[in-house]
Write a protein that binds this ligand. Sequence first.
Ligand code: UDP
Length: 478
Amino acid sequence: MSPPRPHFLVLTFPLQGHIAPALRLARRLLAAAPDVLVTFSTAEAAHSLMFPAKSTEHGGDDPRLEFRPFSDGTEAGDSRSSDDDGDAGSLTTKMASFHAAGARGVAGLLDALAARGRPVTRVVYTLLLPWAAGVARERGVPSALYWIQPAAVFAIYHHYFNGHAAGVVAEHRHDPSFVVEIPGLAPQTIGDLPSFLTDSTDPSDALHSIFTTIRDLIESLDKERPRATVLVNTCQELEAGALAAMGAHDVLPVGPVLPSGDEEAAGIFEHDDARYMEWLDTQPASSVVYVSFGSLSTMAREQLDELLRGLEESGRPYLCVVRKDIKAALGEAEAAEMVGERRLRNGVAVEWCDQVRVLSHAAVGCFVTHCGWNSVLESVASGVPMACVPGMSDQRVNAQLVVRDWRAGVRARVDGGGVLRAAEVRRCVDEVMGDSEAAAEVRRMAGEWKRAVAEAIGKGGSSERNLVAFVDGARSDF
Ligand code: UDP
């Protein structure tokens, strides 16, 4: 009997920032060898936002890719909903129910695929699914974690949950300037650690269940024999030191994992029509400021007002994403006034764009970003220097990498109330796009990193070799 074809079940938490890199990895796995099969699976609510037509199970252009949702116990609703913010109890209940139902759902999916004669030979799962490895193990299927944040963030969590920093962080969590030593990393201040370690360690904290989920994930890796495999969406060139500090796992940097062409339309947001691309075509090279704070961040009226004022005052053309849900929270009339043509003299606002296409457009010269890891990698890969405005989760670490380690951007400072003021927007844009020597150096470094990253993911590059080795290794699983 011939061995089964390598078949990867790629599982992901139902958020845009998780779905995008997971889907990109799915495509990369398919590209690595002609006999590879992939089933891509996220929770039902997000799946139906990705495929409103309901019937999609195949990857369109590639019959080797199938999309099969898993049940997480909630069949309806917006998977982006943040209606639990501020209420630790209900988010904890929701996450507990997601974990229990999700584990059952994925077990059922593995069984159904095996019964159909399409057995899974490797489960690949993103963060926030700490049960995935166990579900796979029970069925004798090996698994790999796909870490979609920087290696530095993994290293911090790894050491934190292995006894190195716990006491220090607990004791000094309200002193952002306190310096923490994490083995293998440069000293960090508490204020630059992932926010879940500073703001979510107490059971009464709003996002405590995310903290416990990450803890469970890190601990689950120790149960893997002989060692856990961790694919990381980064590359050796960007994070050599941090990759070495990730603990005794089989660590394979395979990134930046980016879309390889036009194939990635799928996501849980509706795209604006592409007039903004035509507008970009009319702008001079490297003249446009692109602004986006990702798929989750909220923005109050005051913040949006300061941001847009700063952009107008910068005197440069800009393209700014103001998501539909942010506009809805402002109210229709207010939103129309804030981002209407009367207000935006020098720029364009969209509700959602194709960010990878925007960043690769020659007109874009600066990215004002919240430093979500996908956004950072997309910017680095396009050689666009950044003005970093980190918020929660890993974003402060990511901003450190951009500004301190790669010198490909500048850090914006918010005021005491957490508001990014117009003058600061102007200052940062100028420090990236202006005539000073420092600005020229930031732009030069962004160009250097673009080249380094292109090499890593190109034929024979460090990340490409790791991905091929992972796919080849998966053949010896059976
Ligand atoms: N994105 C997009 N269009 C937009 C805004 C964002 O396609 O108008 C994409 C962006 O390219 C990235 C993802 O949304 O892949 C956001 O992920 P990230 O990790 O940067 O931040 P998160 O949304 O998870 O905070």
